[in-house]
Design a protein around this ligand. Structure first.
Ligand code: ATP
Ligand code: MG
Length: 566
């Protein structure tokens, strides 16, 4: 596995805060972050930003550490499958938590004891209001809340009720443990927020041990503190929760009080980032699974053929800011092309085959043509590609009545076959009934071996091809964006994002022909199909299936050029 180079001393604002903290000897010079996913779905590219940031910061400072912590406090939505997928994805991105893999559920007993401490201090109480009543009492941004009638229960009564909550005596939702803060606070999060709820649901790690579960706001800050986190980095929607984060740790007088720092989450055009909505997509059958290559999940991107390097590069380039924005998905694709251009082996594959017979090429003869594997990589070497009398070329590379600027095949026209010979089209064979072109008869010029002529004669077009007798049949999946609109979630109609689902996000080409050398390659191997794009092997069960990772057309490169920069 590759270990990412620590990014160049990043100048983002979080890096600056930490540098200053170190200069001021804060936290005894320690830097300790964490990535805290909830195992209620697969990680997506937004999480990759958070992973690169948290693990990246740990790598940038001497002795820096980063924990992987599962925030598993809602057993209804959480599953072991998700835990395993998250571990796989973080590792695949190139990050190591070493021996620092934790679960909020590891701290359930400690959390319980801290809650008891708050009750004893008169800072928490058991509330019997129903969910609706709690909402009603909370007030609004313009109207202060009302105290719960249970707010002034005695410490003894609260301790008794809370221990009975733990013993499983009460029904789900019938009681809450709430912090006693201020029902008139302008910050709604400070209006006696819930710390514990009753939920008789089996947990994937603690089983039926607990009929009560801590709320996120309580579990999160305490877990951070227990782990000795110095900087608790999270997305902007938690900014309003920071006073509560600090209140809890201040009241508990814990030794370690991490600093919460918020940054803007990643939004990407033509996709969505919410795990809940991604789960909907798969439950409704719009995609085949969490790892469907159209999904913005790490698992989907991996299967699509993305490299971890390209995703890390993307996260580096988008930077870290304090204001929300949407990143053009073309930038992600640009980072991918740049990386694949360096590492992908070039091969020839014909998507939509048209038969070509070289009439003056000896029957039964096969030549092994030399083909370089990657002109961008001097160490990539070369391979042999068989050439014979019957070939396939791309149907799109022939026009019966071509316009002037069409430099490919047409009646009487000459082109270069990459790595092979010049050929000239001398006859077009059509189906008598449909008129469809079935075959081209061509002649080749034996003096142009390798694709170069000795007499200085030039041709404008260079086509890819395969030898019909040797090539392998393959299926190719072409992907487009899942949505037709840049911001599907902004969709106003009743259907919401469903209204902009792209009905053509997947196109399957069933009878493509690829170079024979690909038979030995492993699932996941990435290629550039000459002139077409980057592809990877999706599966080899029964048939060879490729995913198109990304086409060669670089819309970001064009945008950047227009803007006069790179
Ligand atoms: P979602 O809204 O997609 O369900 P979440 O925030 O509920 O995501 P968590 O598992 O709680 O998912 O997220 C783990 C960490 O990843 C959190 O620190 C969260 O702030 C961060 N994160 C989630 N989404 C993004 C995003 N789009 N950009 C950057 N960081 C993100
Ligand atoms: Mg969350």
């Amino acid at each position: 596995m590759t270990t990412p180079n620590p990014p160049s001393p990043a100048s983002n604002f979080i890096h600056k805060i930490i540098t200053e903290d170190l200069e001021n000897q804060k936290n005894d010079g320690r830097v300790h972050t964490r990535f805290p996913p909830e195992p209620n779905g697969y990680l997506h590219i937004g999480h990759a930003k958070s992973i690169c940031l948290n693990f990246g910061i740990a790598a940038q400072f001497p002795g820096g550490l980063c924990n992987l912590r599962f925030d598993d406090t809602n057993p209804i939505k959480e599953e072991v499958e998700y835990v395993e997928a998250i571990e796989r994805d973080v590792q695949w991105l190139g990050f190591q938590w070493e021996d620092r893999l934790f679960y909020a559920s590891d701290y359930f007993e400690q959390l319980y004891q801290y809650a008891v401490q708050l009750i004893k201090m008169g800072k928490a109480y058991v509330c019997d209001l129903s969910a609706d009543e709690v909402r009603e009492h909370r007030g609004t941004l313009t109207r202060p809340g009302k105290d719960s009638p249970y707010r002034n229960r005695s410490v003894e009564e609260n301790l008794d009720l809370f221990s009975r909550m733990r013993a499983g005596e009460f029904a789900d939702g019938s009681r809450l443990l709430r912090a006693k803060i201020d029902m008139a606070s302008p910050n709604l999060n400070m209006r006696d927020p819930a710390l514990y709820r009753i939920l008789k649901s089996s947990h994937h790690r603690t089983g039926d041990q607990w009929p009560i579960y801590p709320m996120y706001d309580f579990a999160h800050c305490v877990s951070d503190s227990i782990e000795g986190i110095t900087h608790s980095i999270c997305t902007l929607e938690f900014e309003d929760h920071r006073p509560l984060y600090d209140w809890i740790l201040d009241e508990l007088k814990v030794e370690c009080h991490p600093q919460q720092i918020e940054f803007a989450r990643l939004n990407l055009s033509y996709t969505m980032m919410s795990k809940r909505k991604l789960l909907e997509l798969l439950e409704q059958g719009h995609v085949s699974g969490w790892d469907d290559p159209r999904m913005p999940t790490i698992a989907g991107l991996r299967r699509r053929g993305y490299t971890p390097e390209s995703i890390r590069d993307f996260c580096e380039r988008i930077g870290v800011a304090k204001a929300d924005s949407t990143v053009d998905i073309a930038l992600l694709e640009h980072c991918l092309r740049e990386d694949l251009n360096k590492r992908a082996l070039r091969v020839m594959a014909v998507m939509n085959p048209l038969r070509v017979v070289i009439t003056n090429y000896p029957e039964g003869q096969v030549e092994e043509m030399d083909a370089e594997n990657n002109p961008e990589d001097p160490d990539a070497g070369s391979r042999k590609v068989p050439f014979s009398r019957v070939l396939y070329v791309e149907r799109d590379d022939f026009m019966e009545d071509p316009p002037k600027k069409f430099f490919r095949l047409g009646p009487g026209r000459e082109v270069r076959l990459k790595h092979a010979y010049y050929i000239k089209c001398v006859e077009v064979v059509k189906d008598e009934e449909t008129g469809e072109v079935q075959e081209l008869r061509c002649t080749y010029d034996p003096d142009t071996r390798g694709g170069w002529s000795n007499d200085g004669r030039k041709v404008r077009g260079t086509l890819h091809w395969v030898s019909a007798e040797h090539s392998l049949e393959a299926e190719v999946q072409l992907y487009d964006h899942l949505f037709t609109k840049p911001d599907p979630e902004a969709e106003k109609s009743e259907e919401g994002y469903q209204a902009s689902l792209n009905p053509d996000s997947l196109e399957t080409l069933a009878s493509c022909q690829v170079e024979p050398g690909l038979a030995e390659a492993e699932v996941g191997t990435r290629y550039q199909f000459l002139r077409q794009g980057y592809f990877c092997i999706d599966s080899k069960e029964g048939k060879l299936v490729f995913n198109r990772t990304v086409s060669l057309r670089d819309s970001w490169g064009k945008i950047a050029k227009k803007q006069g920069g790179k």
